[in-house]
Design a protein around this ligand. Structure first.
Ligand SMILES: [Zn+2]
Length: 117
């Protein structure tokens, strides 16, 4: 069903004023079409995933504080924070690796002589 002239002209007027609440789907502004430029070579060079992850967590935290009922934001915040938490298994693995390398280290001559005495 086609819109009446009154509805169409109201929509056109609101759109021109920057109010896209009455716009149809084909309005590019209301869709918030975002122009994303590629990262500069310097930005690519200095890109640090852990810094980016911390920044994302901070933005999600701010969004979650502003809108505590938004479960999608809360869920994403939780999974981002989980990635930032230190992995206890990783530190155990590192300690074991260090211990194993200590144990497999050849015993220096001075120590073997001390044992012989
Ligand atoms: Zn519009």
């Amino acid at each position: 069903m086609a819109d009446s002239d009154a509805v169409r002209s109201r929509r056109k007027r609101l759109h021109a004023q920057g109010d896209h609440s009455a716009c149809r789907r084909n309005c590019q502004v209301s869709r918030g079409s975002l122009k994303i430029a590629p990262l500069s070579p310097e930005a690519v060079e200095s890109f640090d995933p852990s810094v980016s992850l911390r920044a994302l967590a901070a933005r999600l935290e701010a969004a979650s504080v502003a809108d505590p009922a938004n479960s999608a934001v809360a869920k994403e915040l939780r999974s981002t924070l989980m990635l930032l938490m230190p992995n206890p298994q990783a530190s155990v693995d590192a300690e074991l690796k260090l211990l194993m390398s200590e144990l497999s280290r050849p015993v220096p001559r001075s120590e073997t002589r001390d044992l012989a005495q």
